[in-house]
Design a binder for this molecule. Structure first.
Ligand code: ADP
Ligand code: ADP
Ligand code: ZN
Length: 217
């Protein structure tokens, strides 16, 4: 399956993506994760992306489109993929259509997770990430059993630098101005499915599976 997970920062894209790729057996392609890895490794891409990410802005389209094009060309994407956090601008959505056309494949669905702004703020300020495997936890909604260590890999949990209230507000602005209009873009292609992301993690997962025509389990 070829899927896009869309939604504002904190809507649960990463959380749902991890579960979906587990049952679908396709790679999870998160541009945010790719940028953070590049920043940790201090590569050229990381150095370029760092200032945009820390201010809550978007990394320039040409850079972002380039890394996604390369990634989708890798052989593990032949049987499908799940894009999380891409596309985020009209130029990225149009470029993605071109990349898919060149690969002679099409999208099966765009899943749009909708969450109210008040809830997004609570989710993002309480988010903690594992330094080892990248799993997202939440201090209140989805805590690790061991407090400050990851249940899967014992890695240390940390708070992303861009998960401060000030940066979150800029990221929500950027979402509203540049990414939200893509809902209409995919509505025109008649492949978008809206999911009520204000529910618990399990309920959202069930709704996504239902939308994909999959009986869970
Ligand atoms: P995104 O990738 O869209 O930015 P995440 O998956 O990282 O979002 O989720 C943001 C935060 O909210 C994390 O701390 C995560 O544990 C928590 N979270 C995700 N889905 C839910 C949910 N349905 N209910 C409550 N908290 C959630
Ligand atoms: P979240 O879903 O919580 O907003 P991500 O991990 O998806 O966060 O992205 C973190 C940051 O990485 C974004 O705020 C942005 O600066 C950058 N980024 C991620 N994906 C893209 C993209 N498709 N285009 C431009 N910048 C991106
Ligand atoms: Zn971990």
């Amino acid at each position: 399956m070829r899927l896009i997970l869309m939604g504002p920062p904190g809507s649960g894209k990463g959380t749902q993506a991890e579960r979906l790729v587990g049952i679908l057996g396709i790679p999870h392609i998160s541009t945010g994760d790719m940028f953070r890895k590049a920043i940790d490794e201090e590569t050229e891409l990381g150095l370029e992306a760092k200032e945009y990410i820390s201010s809550g802005g978007l990394v320039p389209d040409e850079v972002t489109i380039g890394i996604v094009k390369d990634r989708l060309g890798e052989s593990d994407c032949n049987n499908g993929f799940l894009l999380d956090g891409f596309p985020r601008t009209a130029a990225q959505a149009e470029a993605l259509d071109g990349i898919l056309e060149d690969l002679r494949v099409g999208l099966d669905a765009v899943i749009n997770i909708q969450v109210s702004e008040g809830e997004l703020l609570k989710r993002l300020t309480g988010r903690r990430i594992c330094r080892g495997c990248g799993t997202s936890y939440h201090m209140v909604y989805n805590p690790s059993k061991q407090g400050d260590r990851c249940d899967k890999c014992q890695g240390e949990l940390f708070q992303r630098k861009d998960d401060t209230e000030e940066t979150i507000l800029s990221r929500l602005d950027v979402y509203n101005q540049q990414t939200k209009p893509l809902i209409q873009y995919y509505e025109k292609q008649e492949i978008i499915q809206h999911v009520d992301g204000n529910q618990g993690i399990e309920e959202v997962f069930s709704e996504i599976n239902w939308g994909l025509g999959r009986d869970q389990q």
